[in-house]
Design a protein around this ligand. Sequence first.
Ligand code: SAH
Length: 217
Amino acid sequence: MVRNDTLRHQGMRKRLVDGLKIKGIKDSAVLEAIGTVPRHLFMESMFINFAYKDQAFPIGAGQTISQPYTVAFQTQLLEINKNDKVLEVGTGSGYQAAVLLEMGAKVFTIERQKELFAKVQHFLPEIGYTPAFFFGDGYKGLPDFAPFDKIIVTAGAPSVPEDLTGQLKIGGRMVIPVGNDRKQVMKVFIRISETEFKTEKHGNFVFVPLLKGTVNF
Ligand code: SAH
């Protein structure tokens, strides 16, 4: 099905999944998705030996593909159900979007850097993953497609963008790292009513920053 996915890659993925279990990831659908998405195809072939290490990696344009543990942790916090309508802010390499699609979610993903957007829009469908791609400023979300069951922000936000909380369904969950450029707290916002949100905190992480506006090259 997928080009260049060998038994060796499958074995490396299985070891990655075993490592994520030891680190506390329990959602079996998340583990299965990470065990299925060919992460090595999201990197240049010379970095193949890094693909299944549990670490972040540069993807060009000053950005990174998130560490598998971070992807697993955020996805687990989203509590994904099949057919959930999910907004992802920060498409980057497309890996997180592929994991969500593998779990049966409908994914709307937005990226502010033209170079990354153009690359991923071409690449992801080629390996069988087709979210709805948007080029734009994720701070604003996608008002034309709201409301969403789930929202995931994959860059560190200095504060919680109000446009995003407003695009969450009642009962919906948003997972977002909030903090300065050195350290963020993983927060979950659960919309209880039109005006009320429940907030949870889930430890410290380090993401590239959520930036305003778009970059057109
Ligand atoms: N989810 C990605 C992680 C990429 S890193 C993956 O799986 O690979 C975070 C990404 O967020 C970067 O690509 C960065 O350009 C993007 N980003 C930062 N601020 C943004 C904004 N306001 N709107 C959309 N994307 C943004």
